[in-house]
Design a binder for this molecule. Sequence first.
Ligand code: G3P
Ligand code: CA
Length: 254
Amino acid sequence: SEHEVEPMVADFPKIIAHRGANDRFNESTISAYKIAAEDGVDALEIDLRMTADGSLVAMHDKTIDRTTNGTGEVSNFDLKEIKEIPTVDVFGNQSTVEEIPMLKEILDTFKDSEYYYIETRLVNDRLVMEVPLVELLNKYDLIAKDLVTIQSFSEESLEKIHELAPEVPLTLLFGKGKFSLKVAKSVDYPFIGMEASDVTLKNVNELHRQGKEVHVFFNDMKSEKAEQERVKLLHVDGYFTNDIRFTKQLLWEE
Ligand code: G3P
Ligand code: CA
């Protein structure tokens, strides 16, 4: 009724392309991000790793084993070396040979035509990504244009980003099974990220009451569709989707 208090939620949930359109092309490659952009998503999700010589590249895992033809830790390769190792499609789809992109190359490709949802992490327990990342984002004028959110499982990293660029919206991520409502409520960030299985009505409502948005990621591909349907009913605000077409259909249907 008109007397009900309106919860503070986003106008329409955000569709965040997790590692690009990773269901249709090698994850975290320029082509995967292009497909996502063509689909019309709200944000491109990008995980960062740092090479031995300090370049930021788009890669989820610590090692290149799962997503390329090679093996070893990203941090043990120089950029030139890692560029020579082709990515692969983890689902075995046929795909053209494509290299690991530097973050800079992704920004060069899309410039200010896309919204970037970038994940930072500590590198061997050290805060080394934050300064070069903010410099790069400023070089492309993305912070001033409000085209970026930074997410991290590391509060320390988020604090560093906040120090360097106070205007950037931040997301504190909680790993599967590690969600703490107490911690989530105690931080001063606009967005909270959690795994689908941690999304409950209580968690969502309490965060909404504080004006925070809930952005959900899906660790288990087998249950992802069912979980997206479930969390839709709880009115979450963002989907780190691994199936853009499914999520669009889900959100747009009555
Ligand atoms: O960034 C949201 C989600 O991607 C966090 O999990 O492990 O897929 O980076 P992960
Ligand atoms: Ca991520």
